[in-house]
Each structure stands twice: as structure tokens, then as C-alpha cells.
Design a protein around this ligand. Structure first.
Ligand code: SF4
Length: 277
């Protein structure tokens, strides 16, 4: 079965690379796909379904939609779309929206609490449904935005893992679109005729000021210097821990001196090696 377009081919290749690089899917897996109805989750579902049909291993998919309880949420359109395509779907109706209203001040950004509550629901459902992994639709832009947000406002050098084992070791969360751009995910969901469903909460589409600023910064930089995003993505897999200031990563005292001697040549540029030899 051939891919239908260069876009589909590109997304399939990038997703396969992430799956291989981080061992995201194994033979016999039952993958629970978090399907919010947004473009990214549709792109993820469609891509994994394509890969499943041609993969040399066997794995199954079940989509799960967590309904936060907002009255205009079109879970019926998610259900009809999945039915048309033969995708197994479970919709979990919850009162997450009410909980957020009760707990947060009206001017607070609800998304991180919402994400935590949804994650709890997904973990519970994964147990009930015998899912071995939970797939989320975060893409390359999410990874690099999170990196800059953390760098600028969080005082930590971190992004998000492509594969995460929960603290209690019982759940594995995977992000197969780690190498796929947001633009490609959007185009793919549209090209496949998948309906983009808003979550219908009051904060829907309302990014925090910090995230908006970071998105704009990356957009402007990438326009001036095409390739900036790819470079940031590459940096995430090319960490030079000895060139950072985290003492937990770098041995101190005598041990550091002996390790430094061994690694000195590794870090020197070709020019420096030539000069010193
Ligand atoms: S926009 Fe609303 S539904 Fe979406 S993550 Fe934020 S709080 Fe949750």
C-alpha cells in the first residue's frame, strides 16, 4: 500500500524514525491514542493507522477521547469520523471542566491543571482497556517551544521526553510525532478530511502570553534563518553536558580532572587538534 502524497510519506518517515530511535512501539502493543479532536491528535491517529497497516510488527490502536464536560463539545463528530474509518474509540465523559472552575481563580491559565487531570483519566483508562502505551500528539514545535519556555521562564534546560515511564513505572507515554512539524500535522489532518473539533472550554485556543511570545520568536527566527527549528530539534539530541553548569552532571575534584583529560580531545575542534599536535 503506497503512501498517497509526499506529505504523508514525509510524516510516515519521520514518525517511523522517532519510533525506532526511542523504541516507542513493540510487537504486541495495544496503543491508546489520546484523541482530543484537535489537528495534532487526528494527525497522530491517522499516521499510526497507516504505519500499523504496513508495519512488520503487530500492534493495535484504540482512540480515547476525554470529554471535559463542556456542553458544545462535538464528541459526536469524533465518534462518527472514527466509525467511518473503522477506528475503535472510547469516549470518557468527565466533569473536569467543573473541577477546574472550582479549583482555579478565574484569571488563572487552566491548561496545566487540565492536562494533569486528563492524564490521570488516561492512566486509569489504559489500565481498564489493557493498553500497553499511551500515545500523545505532541509534535516538533511543542518540543522546541517547551525547551525555550523552560529556558526563559522556568530556569531549567528541558523539553519533553519522546518516551516517558510514569513515576510508579506502570504506564508508558509516547510521542511519536516528535520529529513532525506542526505545519505538517495541520496540513495532514486537513488533507485527510479530519474534522478539527475545539475543546470548547473558555480557554480554548488561548495560549499563555509566554507561549505566544515564544511561538512568535521561533516563527520570526525561522523566517530570517530557515533551519532554526531543525537546529533546535537537533540540539535536543546533541547535549554536551560538560559544557553546562549543572554540577550533578559533572564530576568534581580529582575525578573531574581525570575525566577531563580523557575527554579533552573529543571536544576540541579539528582546528584546535591540528594546532596542538
Ligand atoms: S484549552 Fe481548555 S480543554 Fe484545552 S487544555 Fe486548556 S483548559 Fe484544557
Amino acid at each position: 500500500m503506497a503512501y498517497v502524497s509526499p506529505l504523508e510519506t514525509r510524516i510516515a518517515r519521520k514518525t517511523t524514525k522517532a519510533i525506532v530511535d526511542f523504541n516507542l512501539i513493540e510487537d504486541g502493543d495495544r496503543i491508546m491514542v489520546g484523541l482530543s479532536g484537535g489537528k495534532d491528535s487526528w494527525a497522530l491517529m491517522q499516521t499510526l493507522d497507516q504505519l500499523r497497516r504496513r508495519a512488520p510488527i503487530t500492534f493495535s490502536l484504540v482512540a480515547v477521547t476525554v470529554d471535559s464536560g463542556y456542553k458544545d463539545f462535538r464528541h459526536d463528530r469524533i465518534a462518527s469520523t472514527c466509525k467511518e474509518r473503522g477506528w475503535e474509540l472510547h469516549i470518557e465523559h468527565t466533569s473536569i471542566g467543573d473541577v477546574i472552575d472550582d479549583v482555579l481563580d478565574s484569571n488563572a491559565t487552566p491548561c496545566s491543571l487540565c492536562a494533569r487531570l486528563r492524564r490521570g483519566v488516561l492512566y486509569r483508562l489504559a489500565d481498564q482497556m489493557g493498553a500497553t502505551k499511551i500515545a500523545l500528539g505532541h509534535h516538533m514545535d511543542d518540543f522546541i517551544e517547551t525547551l525555550l519556555l523552560s529556558l526563559f521562564f522556568g530556569g531549567a534546560l528541558r523539553a519533553m521526553p519522546a518516551r516517558l515511564v510514569s513515576d510508579n513505572g506502570e504506564h508508558v507515554v509516547i510521542r511519536p510525532l516528535a520529529y513532525v512539524s506542526e505545519d505538517d500535522a495541520r496540513l495532514y489532518a486537513k488533507a485527510c478530511g479530519l474534522p478539527i473539533i475545539g475543546c470548547c472550554c473558555p480557554a480554548c485556543g488561548d495560549l499563555s502570553l509566554q507561549r505566544q511570545r515564544v511561538k512568535r520568536l521561533i516563527f520570526d527566527l525561522d523566517r530570517e534563518h530557515p533551519g532554526v527549528k531543525q537546529s533546535m530539534l537537533k540540539a535536543l539530541s546533541n547535549v554536551k553536558t560538560r559544557h553546562l553548569l549543572d554540577r550533578r552532571l559533572n564530576p568534581s575534584g580529582e575525578l573531574r580532572d581525570s575525566v577531563a583529560l580523557r575527554h579533552e580531545d573529543e571536544d576540541a575542534s579539528p582546528d584546535l587538534i591540528q594546532i596542538s599536535s
